[in-house]
Ligand binder design. Structure first.
Ligand code: BMA
Length: 332
């Protein structure tokens, strides 16, 4: 059922079983954390060194997802996960083996997956290694068992490829973050369009770094959420100190028909590393949002994020409150 809810500004289906916890009394933040974080520990499966930056979606009245698992061999892999409630997850012990007949299309490593329901199937995008230079890999699945790998969506180097959940102006649409092959010291968000999910062009600049918590680089996070106020884009921004980067989450509202036009962009972060498991881990001080669940009926949002490149955390927001916050604190 797709509907425009009277109670909220989300354009999309109701999700009555969305994981949820009310905002704690006295909390003044627009986004608040789940009280039993982290929801996925680093050692949930035997091969895992860490499990973080992972994407979840509603699936057959329950939930499924693609999880970033860095192995004890130090390799980044993608694993399927399933959950009845979006809180407790069973993660497959073996990595996804993508079905592809194209020998030129290797899977060397994969990380930071996003998953989106688009038309009639789930699409997975991720940071894909080609001869060790990163770009945007893609695959589709209908059952979270067989994954059909597609051609990579862009040339290297690029990280953080995120598909929109529907065509815009008759074209498939994607946000991405061109990068270098290392710990990229720059980064802006771009919009690309495609007639067929293979050939991408008409690239548009969306937005770049800004003073403060997002001053070094930014990148798209979860698939944008359609609202009556425009596309709600949650993203990450990086600030550098003498001890390295600090990754926080922010939000912007993009024009619904021309999403490269930014209408509002919060000057304050929504979530920044604060809890011990966000401050300490393989890479300290990282909050990296990758997925949201949204309930159009109530306006509830559940935001999944990687913490300290080690575990998965969950936070909540009310979409109307979040949109009002972004507008009120906007600096373009
Ligand atoms: C980025 C990506 C993310 C990671 C972050 C912090 O460049 O590699 O996977 O979470 O750095 O280390």
């Amino acid at each position: 059922m797709t509907q425009k809810s009277k109670k909220s500004t989300i354009v999309g289906p109701a999700l009555p079983n969305i994981p949820w916890q009310d905002k704690p009394a006295g909390c003044t933040d627009v986004v608040w954390r789940y009280s039993r974080n982290p929801i996925i520990p680093r050692d949930a499966i035997p091969c895992a060194n860490s499990i973080f930056n992972s994407a979840v979606v509603p699936f057959k009245r329950e939930f499924a997802g693609v999880f970033r698992v860095d192995s004890k061999a130090g390799m980044s892999n993608l694993h399927t996960g399933r959950s009845r409630d979006g809180l407790t997850w069973d993660i497959e012990p073996e990595p996804i083996r993508f079905a592809t007949g194209v020998k030129e299309l290797p899977f060397e490593y994969g990380y930071d997956p996003r998953v989106v329901w688009l038309e009639d199937r789930y699409y997975v995008t991720w940071c894909n290694g080609i001869h060790w230079d990163p770009t945007i890999g893609a695959a589709w699945t209908k059952d979270f068992k067989t994954y059909h790998q597609l051609e990579n969506l862009l040339l290297p180097c690029n990280r953080n490829g995120v598909l929109f959940p529907r065509k815009i102006g008759g074209k498939y649409a994607m946000l991405s973050r061109p990068s270098d092959a290392g710990h990229t010291p720059f980064g802006s968000i771009y919009y690309s369009q495609s007639p067929d999910l293979t050939y991408w062009g008409k690239h548009r600049f969306v937005m770049g770094p800004r003073a403060g918590w997002q001053r070094v680089k930014i990148g798209p996070g979860p698939a944008p959420i359609e609202t009556t106020e425009g596309w709600l884009m949650i993203y990450h921004g990086v600030w550098n100190s003498c001890f390295g980067g600090k990754y926080s989450a922010g939000a912007a509202l993009l024009d619904i028909d021309k999403p490269w036009n930014v209408r509002y962009r919060t000057s304050q972060y929504l979530v920044t590393p604060r809890e011990s498991w966000e401050l300490t881990g393989d890479v300290p001080n990282v909050v990296f949002p990758v997925a949201t669940l949204a309930d159009a009926q109530t306006g509830r949002l559940a935001i999944y994020y990687g913490a300290a490149d080690t575990v998965v955390g969950l936070a909540f927001a009310q979409v109307d409150e979040l949109i009002a916050f972004v507008k009120k604190n906007s600096a373009l």
